[in-house]
Write a protein that binds this ligand. Structure first.
Ligand code: COA
Length: 324
């Protein structure tokens, strides 16, 4: 059976860097507090000409270049995002137009920070069913537009950016297995309202505005446990252990969550790719940005076993194994 293989990666980060010291001028916080609780030192914030789809399209163009595939060869464009600049059309349709992928159908997917893994899993199913397909999967966010910049509990955590990858079929290498999960009962521990409805029947006076709301400690606890379980089960059912993993690329939420996760999994530091210190939590974009950096830094070689893992609002979470 053919597999779905990632044959090119790309990413795009906004130019503007927002440091912890900058945040000290905006809310009652300190570089020391942010660094010790999250490991985040800087994040990127989108400005003019850096709408979600524009970041996504630049990441996509770089991924196509590294895959040596033209946009016209693409059959499908999927953008995982929870911060599109418009509800309709989808971000993916803007990307499709921007890069000139005229033969591709296009749509968005929202699984919060797990969106990229959900998207990869879906793309893999298409490619297994139709091996001729070439698919672009993008994770792209401009969470700076959805963060309450007066709420120190959340505004220090998030950043903007986009990462993309191109998938095609391969007789040997590619995605080996994945495991996706959700628990909608816990939605209110991490959520983002939409703008208030103008339909009086549906308007909710309790709504706090379209900002990210979070119960940080609960999210922390669930995230560590859920990611540990999904990774352990995925490795077990494939007869593998953490020792077999060449590189672990987790969702970049914060260094303390990752530290706890690595401790529980018994994963050595050098096997884990971490860049949350530079970009903060870029939600659906975090894994593809990290993957692109890892590729460009020469951290991934042919034959490597790569492990992805994510956790986010919903709650949604999941893990994936790839034979590179
Ligand atoms: N600067 C300074 N103080 C802050 C602060 C900030 N940016 N944000 C919160 N505080 C304060 C709180 O108000 C609280 O003060 P109080 O004790 O006087 O009430 C104190 O710091 C401790 O807050 P708490 O929420 O208990 O801190 P914590 O150790 O749990 O760390 C997080 C907070 C958000 C860093 C941590 O819970 C976390 O990482 N959660 C997961 C978040 C996440 O990754 N979400 C996305 C998942 S995809």
């Amino acid at each position: 059976m053919h597999k779905a293989r990632i044959c090119g990666t790309g990413s795009c980060l906004p130019d503007r860097v927002l440091s912890n010291t900058d945040l000290e001028q905006m809310v009652d916080t300190s570089d020391e507090w942010i660094t010790s609780r999250t490991g985040i030192r800087t994040r990127r914030i989108a400005g003019a000409g850096e709408q979600n789809y524009q970041l996504a399209a630049k990441a996509a163009a770089r991924a196509l270049e590294s895959a040596n595939i033209s946009a016209m060869e693409l059959d499908m464009v999927l953008v995982a995002t929870m911060s599109p600049h418009m509800i309709m059309p989808s971000c993916a349709c803007f990307v499709q137009a921007e890069i000139g992928a005229e033969n591709a159908f296009a749509f968005d997917l929202n699984a919060a920070c797990s969106g990229f893994l959900y998207g990869l899993d879906l793309a893999e199913k298409y490619i297994v069913a139709k091996p001729a397909m070439k698919i672009l999967v993008i994770g792209s966010e401009t969470l700076s537009t959805r963060v309450n910049w007066e709420d120190r509990n959340t505004c220090i955590l998030f950043g903007d950016g986009a990462g993309a990858c191109v998938l095609e079929s391969s007789p040997k290498r590619g995605i080996l297995d994945s495991s996706l999960h959700a628990d909608g009962k816990l939605w209110n521990l991490l959520y983002m309202d939409s703008p208030a409805s103008r339909n009086p029947e549906l308007a909710d006076p309790e709504r706090k505005g379209c900002f990210i709301q979070m119960s940080g400690r609960d999210v922390f606890k669930y995230a560590v446990r859920a990611m540990e379980n999904t990774v352990t089960n995925l490795l077990d059912r494939n007869g593998l252990s953490v020792d077999d993993v060449s590189l672990f690329i987790p969702h970049q939420a914060n260094v303390r969550i990752l530290g706890k996760l690595m401790e529980r999994l018994g994963m050595e530091d050098e096997k884990v790719f971490i860049n949350v210190n530079k970009y903060g939590n870029t939600s659906a974009a975090s894994i593809p940005i990290a993957l692109d950096e890892a590729c460009r830094e020469g951290r991934i070689n042919d034959g490597d076993l790569i492990l992805f893992c994510s956790f986010g609002g919903g709650f949604t979470w999941g893990s994936m194994l790839l034979h590179w």
